[in-house]
Design a protein around this ligand. Structure first.
Ligand code: DAH
Length: 335
């Protein structure tokens, strides 16, 4: 019989090959039994130690144990490979399987905040709608009951396109309320995140383009209580469960009554204030329903609008709105 010591290396190589050849976990466990199990071939080698001269035994025992330890770790690493393989989707071209996290880059803070707003509203049954950024005066103002001489319609405030039909860049997402109601009958439950334009000069809190979210809910018997409950739910989702809101009377041509919404929480107090104005809202004006062909005797509704940048600035403690548009990676990397 070849010396016991000479058998160790070939047996080890054989075991390694067997482990590598196992294509699933049961096959690997079987291989483990063959080489390392109580009835296995290394145990058999151990049993032969007694046939060696007494002074040769310790070295041989040590060599066998070292080989077994090596094989245990080869076994563990193969086991991990096979487990990973078992966890892979069976069909590699299943495009409906969940995607991987993106390896590079960050979502823009405005994208994050918009996603959170959409998520909060989806939880309570709102769908996302959109409309054109280049609008006509009818959808942006007239249908919203805004009088011809309203200052917002002035070319000092609104970007008009210099062609005979004088289209404009929408000054608010409220125009999409009209477009949605023109197209579909009630009930309506939508939000509209989108870009708007105003002739503001850029400073720390203004930019000629920014983003808003509009909300519109139309059904039978809708009340201010529904409006308040919804706004409170969404702002708590967005700004934390310690958030309080309050309504102050205000004026918008497309709602009656109209309110401004203030909110308060730890973030607001950190800015040294008790309340911050955050949104406009109200009960849809009967004239607006008339304009889209809904019967105001049957249908009731509420609407609101607020700025996404403002939410992001408060949430992340950003004091200059222009940082959102400069694409400076030192800023963006923080989110
Ligand atoms: N359009 C308003 C703005 O840009 C926000 C707003 C106020 C929207 C009241 C609404 C509303 O739908 O009911 O400031």
């Amino acid at each position: 019989m070849a010396g016991l010591l000479e058998q160790i290396d070939p047996l080890k190589a054989e075991a390694r090959e067997a482990f590598a050849a196992a294509t699933d976990l049961p096959a690997l466990e079987q291989g483990k039994g063959v080489f390392l199990g109580p009835e296995g071939r290394f145990t058999a080698l151990m049993k032969q130690l007694g046939s060696l001269a007494r002074e040769e035994r310790p070295a041989a025992g040590k060599a066998i144990n070292a080989a077994k330890a090596e094989l245990e770790s080869a076994l563990a690493s193969r086991r991990e490979e096979l487990e990973l393989k078992a966890a892979q989707p069976q069909n590699p071209s299943d495009f409906t399987a969940p995607g991987r996290r993106r390896a590079l880059g960050h979502l823009h803070p405005l994208t994050r905040v918009t996603d959170d707003i959409v998520k909060a509203f989806r939880r309570i049954g709102f769908a996302v709608a959109d409309g054109p950024e280049i609008e006509g005066e009818y959808h942006c103002f007239d249908a919203l009951n805004t009088p011809k001489d309203h200052p917002a319609r002035d070319s000092q405030d609104t970007f008009f396109v210099d062609t005979p039909s004088r289209p404009l860049l929408r000054t608010h997402t409220s125009s999409v309320q009209i477009r949605v109601m023109e197209k579909q009958p009630p009930p309506i439950r939508i939000i509209v995140p989108g870009r708007v334009y105003r002739r503001d000069n850029a400073d720390a809190t203004h930019n000629p383009t920014f983003h808003q979210v509009e909300g519109l809910y139309v059904d039978r018997g809708v009340t201010v209580g529904d409006l308040k409950g919804t706004v409170e739910f969404v702002f708590r989702e967005l700004m934390g469960s310690d958030t309080k809101i309050r309504f102050r009377p205000h004026y918008f041509s497309y709602t009656e009554p109209s309110f401004e919404i203030d909110f308060s929480n730890a973030l607001v107090r950190k800015l040294g204030k008790d309340w911050l104005e955050i949104a406009g809202c109200g009960m849809v004006h009967p004239q607006v329903f008339e304009n889209v062909g809904y019967d105001p005797e049957v249908w009731t509704g509420w609407a609101f609008g607020f700025g996404i940048e403002r939410i992001a600035m408060i949430r992340y403690g950003i004091s200059d709105i222009r940082l959102f548009y400069e694409n400076d990676v030192r800023f963006l990397r923080q989110f």
